[in-house]
Design a protein around this ligand. Structure first.
Ligand code: FES
Length: 109
């Protein structure tokens, strides 16, 4: 795969302000790691990505493919926090793949 096919672009909304994030497959191990690093978020992703702390919650739109399905600890952790909506997700359980291309990710916790 060439560099262009590996590129991924999506929108991130934080406190009402939008920005376009550009990344590529393999740059970060999860969306949580990307958001923490690129947006300098404090107390985000505290469990390091095992899907238990629920400090990495995002509201998503436009995610496609397998990434749109909640897996492993994710549904249980989110329901404990009162989030049953399909588009509310733990960003540590979202990998940086083409499934994120063109999506919108809003940080909510
Ligand atoms: S980093 Fe802890 S649940 Fe995502």
């Amino acid at each position: 795969m060439g560099i262009v096919e590996n590129n991924i672009q999506f929108t991130v909304v934080e406190d009402g302000s939008e920005q376009i994030i550009e990344t590529y497959i393999g740059e970060y191990r999860s969306l949580m790691a990307l958001l923490k690093d690129e947006l300098y978020l404090d107390s985000f992703g505290e469990c390091g990505g095992v899907g238990r702390c629920a400090t990495c919650i995002v509201k998503t739109s436009g995610i496609s493919g397998n990434s749109s399905i909640k897996d492993r600890n994710e549904p249980v952790t989110l329901s404990k926090m009162g989030y049953e909506e399909e588009n509310v997700r733990l960003s540590c359980q979202l990998m940086i793949t083409k499934d994120l291309e063109g999506s919108c990710i809003e940080i909510i916790g």
